[in-house]
Ligand binder design. Sequence first.
Ligand code: IVH
Length: 748
Amino acid sequence: MTPPAPPELAARAAELRESLERASHEYYVLDAPTRSDAEYDRLFHELKRLEEAHPELRTADSPTQRVGAEPASKLEKTEHLAPMLSLDNAFSPEELEAWETRNARIADEVRGAGYVVEPKIDGLAIALTYQDGAFVKGATRGNGTIGEDVTRNLRTIRQIPLRLHADGPPPPPLMEVRGEVYMSLPGFEKMNQGRAAEGLATFANPRNAAAGALRQLDPAITATRPLRFFAYAVETGRGEPPFASQWDLLQALKAWGFPVNELARTCPSLAEVLEFVTGFERTRSTLGYEVDGVVVKVNPLPLHAELGVVGGREPRWATAYKYAPDLVVTTLRSIEVNVGRTGALNPYAVLEPVEVGGVVVKLATLHNEEDIRRKDIRAGEKVLVKRAGEVIPQVVGPMLEEGQERGPLFTLPDHCPACGTPVEKPEGEAMVYCPNSACPARIYWGIVHFASRGAMDIRGLGERTIDQLLRPRPAAESGEGDAPAADAAPSVSTAAAASGVPAEEVGDTVPGDADTTPARNALVRDVGDLYSLSLGDLLRLDGFKDRSAQNLLDGITASKQQGLARALFGLGVRHVGEVAAQTLARHFGSIDRLMAATTEEIETVRGIGHVMAEALHAWLAEPRNRETVEKLRAAGVKLTEEQGAPSEGPFSGLTFVITGTHPTMSRPELTDFIERRGGRVTGGVTGKTNYLVAGEDAGSKLAKAREFGVKELTEVELVALAEAGGESADDTDDGPGSPPDTPQLGLL
Ligand code: IVH
């Protein structure tokens, strides 16, 4: 028998297992590798050798015990405390009255008991488990009994409290708070625009987008999606929750820190309910999120038990009052295509103007070629248009007459409609692109993006101004006598027309002109030129006076200080979103270092995948783009960023050590959680460590932490600390010997 392995070797094996598992997870699940293949192999072989020498170190979960890591993990199943029910519908006042009559036969007190009315949010039902006030698990509805565990994703929704606020009644020790996760309409539209620009498929509606975001395997992706939440129910699994009424329950939810829809009302009788639903039909289109009806609930909870549940699925005490959908028939005049800043070709429908639910609809989004084919809609034919979410019009499908001859199927053009360059379809991508970086449509939208809020935030630089800046200047003015204005097209009018901006707003140039450069003598040909605009230049534009021109110049000057992260995001490299730009800027610190990096070097940055690294490297190598960067540099635009973890955040100045296993977050996730908040994570406990995040089976690090008097935190406490805003390093650095307490938790 071989002698047992010395503790140092056992510790090393555990460390290797952890590093390797972390690397595999990053590579296969998160698509964000941080180690090179060679490095992985080296660690893998070290572990293998160790296990060969000391077989007792070989654990069942060792990375050596399987061939490669799981290519993708899945969402685990989890059972709800009690079934998540669905609702019966009522489509008219008569049906609501019939509902009350049926209920009164079972419990005649129903008539005088009063109701609560709540907007029926069109999102996804979820159940959040709170144990002793802490958020421990979150799940989708699933089949009503068993849902999917999406805890880590739900944690990214800021509106969901990770610990119940102390105000309000004492919560049951174990309960599920139920409610709806949804996406706001502006958030949805912004996200879809961003996706289209980055060449990703767009979502058909906010509900699908929310569902997609919630079921991500990587919570970091969920975190970038604009998800929101409304709470409306409590379930303990042991009969009705401890409230007298649904209304009291909503108040308790609010006091515990949940968002509760502020439009919910009590109605003493069905007459008021009917009044509410009539009035609400108009209100609902102004809410900024999709509402597909009103949920009417019997107010006193004791009556819920008495009324019971039909077929184990639908409670009698609640019903959904649904409005007729806003549907109309109109003619699909044509299917046009706009070109986004990354060159993605996005089709959209031009409709015979028609009123749907109180607004006149002329255009509707079509997602991609595939979507158009699936719906089988064709230009020149009658189509059914629905105002889903009561805001975004959608073409549902064709409205054909018997025996009607069909028009031709839609196909995306094989040349860019704005510049005529042959389009490309990258392998494995849903979108088709114009590859010409000088395409006027791409430049137009590129500048719009560069000036936008999340990027350089140039105040006063709107789409109309950008359009003018990109137009050819009259020959005399530009001093280029050899370039008569007449053939300097396509101006940005082309870009804008090809981009879905209504023609009457931007001129009537026909898209598809085959010139491949923006107006040769325009004031601005790329974002770099914005910084050499003069007051005189601006004063020559329509609608500019001394003051507005000076304001715009000031806005442009101020934007020079935004820093590398925003500038990089603003440059609009395909796949490089706001978060990635920030990560890259912090990692490399300057545009020069980024430009000097190889694809492999870029790829080693945590959170940056191969596709993004390649796209970025290619972008930076293109002479036209280098020229733009040089213009920015010459103008004094700040192209550096402070390196390292964000210095700002509740954990800035704090050092953490992580040990043991934790209820919901893996080690990389905990590290990420801390670093995103400005904290630093180190491997070993020293006198400088502020906190030990100790999970189950915390080993030697715990002993060492106690020796140094380092404060211990559980995962829940860590999250709570972050929520409470952390604590400054000075306050916590009370040196060796102080007791391992967590006084800051008293704040909660
Ligand atoms: S009560 C029996 N309240 O509608 C309790 N549901 O068709 C059922 N919903 O699965 C839930 N807003 O996803 C309730 N204020 C609200 C709601 C709401 C949206 C959804 C929920 C549920 C579905 C039932």
